[in-house]
Ligand binder design. Structure first.
Ligand SMILES: [Zn+2]
Length: 288
């Protein structure tokens, strides 16, 4: 089954992406392609790293990211720009302006959806809720945080559907266990639910009820761990019905996305694009 999908490198962009050509037909009536662009763990890196930075001299920054995004939009009729959380924390922009410039950047770039990372709670749920209400023109998806008793109630969707041409794209999001990662006073009232069970519920709804052609999970669980902590790889293997998992949290740089076999023996594409806007992940799906 996995060999039915052919993977090709695409050298036109920064590392981290590939062309993904499933030859199986889902619900789309004729050929259409979708270019998924993705980032994660932006960590308030609006500017590029300094030229004398030991690891990433002169790299990153929103000017470069925007150039790549614009280029992709010129080359592809249908692009989807997504993020996987931890937009905040890491430069004085966040400490001084509380996340407003980061969301303004995401609005300007045309992000369509993101999920909640642990650092997105760094100024508390009330601050985050106000920011989303006043400054975010994009959607937040998460299905495993119970937010009913927090100021975020109603601001975060368990699932979201975006249409591109004839394609119906279902998106859900999943977050890491806040225990030990987010100070208790900053995520007061947030109830953590099992990620695998929560995601499966949403994927089933997107597949069976909403009849989505593509199902994407925006994850902040992390790519993989040595123990049995739930990660994107574990999520892919222990669920069914997901096409693509875009991840964050572990700041993982990949040569190209990996393929993980799901519970019902179908390949799931799992990707992550480093951090700090150093890469723009790109996955092209073609439906014939
Ligand atoms: Zn994180």
């Amino acid at each position: 089954m996995p060999t039915r999908r052919q993977f090709l490198r695409n050298s036109a962009f920064l590392a981290g992406g590939l062309l993904f050509l499933p030859d199986e037909i889902r619900a789309a009536p004729a050929e259409q392609s979708l270019m998924i662009l993705h980032t994660n763990d932006f960590h308030s890196r609006l500017e590029s790293f300094p030229d004398n930075h030991p690891k990433y001299p002169g790299q990153g920054g929103i000017a470069r990211l925007k150039t790549l995004i614009d280029k992709a939009r010129k080359q592809h009729d249908h692009c989807l720009l997504l993020d996987c959380g931890d937009v905040f924390q890491g430069t004085p922009y966040f400490n001084r302006f509380g996340g407003v410039p980061e969301y303004k950047w995401m609005n300007m770039a045309g992000y369509e959806a993101t999920t909640l990372g642990n650092h997105d709670f760094d100024m508390g749920t009330e601050h985050l809720s106000d920011l989303i209400r006043n400054h975010a023109a994009f959607v937040f998806v998460n299905c495993n945080y119970g937010l009913e008793n927090t100021p975020l109630n109603g601001r975060i969707l368990p699932r979201h559907i975006i249409k591109k041409g004839r394609l119906k794209i279902g998106i859900t999001g999943v977050g890491v266990n806040p225990d030990g990662l987010i100070p208790a006073d900053l995520c007061k009232g947030v109830i953590y639910h099992d990620p695998i069970k929560s995601v499966q519920e949403q994927v089933d709804l997107l597949r069976k009820k909403e009849k989505c052609d593509v199902v994407i999970v925006l994850s902040h669980l992390g790519f993989e761990y040595p123990g049995n902590q739930v990660s994107d790889r574990v999520l892919a293997a222990e669920t069914h019905g997901i096409d693509v998992i875009l991840g964050g949290h572990t700041h993982t740089f990949l040569e190209a996305p990996v393929s993980v076999i799901s519970k019902n023996k179908k390949p799931v594409v799992v990707s992550q694009a480093g951090w700090a806007g150093l890469q723009l992940g790109h996955i092209k799906l073609t439906f014939k």
